[in-house]
Ligand binder design. Sequence first.
Ligand code: ZN
Length: 457
Amino acid sequence: MKIVIKGGRVIDPETSFDRITDITVSDGKISRIGDTSETADCAINAEGKVVCPGFIDIHMHEDRITSQDTHKIFKTRALECMLNMGVTTAVGGNCGESPEDFGQYAGMLERAGMPVNFCCFMGHKTLRELVDLNDPYIPASDRHIEEMKSLLKKALQDGVVGISFGLEYTPGASTEEIIALGNVLHGFENRLMAAHYRYDADRGIEALQELIDISGENHLPMQISHLGSCCAFGNMKEGLALIDNAKRRGIDVEADCYPYAAFSTTIGSPVFDPGCFERWKSSYGAVLVAEGKYRGYYCDEYIFEDLRKHYPETIVVAFVMNQNEVMEAIQHPGIMVASDGYIHDGQGHPRVAGTFPKVLGRFVREEKTLDLIEALSKMTILPAKRLNFSKKGRIQEGCDADIVIFDPEQIIDRATFEKPLESPSGIEWVIVNGEVALQKSHPVNNQNGKIIRFGGA
Ligand SMILES: [Zn+2]
């Protein structure tokens, strides 16, 4: 398939290339950048539009499947939302939770076909459950750690990006357990640790320090997940300074953030253990129920306790962070934009469908609190470098043709807490691996994605 994209504002954040010109795509690659009169199978008029690398979402949560689903048609709703908001590569398996067997999961996705490229972390909480350590409040024994290490090794051989931790969800995990598992990555090239910190709010700084110490101790890169829900409680400045200081000392630590002041998880998780509302200086009424019998209600003590006790898997959204501090994180140099998107039974948090258009529409265009190229670099080249992608996140000749064409005057998120999966406006065309996947804002092909296996052939 040969595609010519005519007359758009072509932006490559890595080189600061920013010019009105044409792009030719052939055989899955960007074959030429520059004015052309060539004919093609598909000619796209991009006048007045921005043409940039497809977004790379370094932190999302993949569609869950259970062993009963393996023979059903596999629905990739989270990955469909990704495509609709311009993401061409998504990274799942975050916050300590991942498919149990990446090789099997990847095989199923490949058989079903996937809308965007996908790679995945192995989750630490999932490893714990695989070795029958189901109580998140207790530490792993030496035997558990040895068993987890060999499962992790197998996952790394199958091509996972690295290991993710969700320490707030596994409060019993010791720092030694984390360091021991991280060390397994040394046998493999280009792998990464990612972590959802152990504490938030008034203990957020202490929690960031633990992750920095682990990275320093292991000499491995650490990606700190969704910094907003750790530090947008009055300590963002301190958190950002701590990370910058660590980087100056040569510790390989980076962070990402989603552009919302509300977080989302299951109500039964340890995040909502007693003491949480005191920590957040908030109360039951800040928690919106996203699914189930109380869907659409804000909690009171009765609903909160009822769900915690009887329906702990219910997804809720907690409006407890400060928006201005979330913005401070997104604006900060080096902080990546990532969605943390998660869908359960068709419900969730609007970040799964709105993150990238929200940053480009609300922050860049409306509020002018972020420069366009700076915003794009947080969505493309920064995550690409973090993941050691040399052919993605760039508009350069020879790179993979993962491309987004959007209208900078129209782009906006439309997903809301009531309708979390609503597609954005202004994302007009998305090209995945050199094929048109979204045409005039409508998905036309959801089979163009590929599994990315690290270190694979
Ligand atoms: Zn998380």
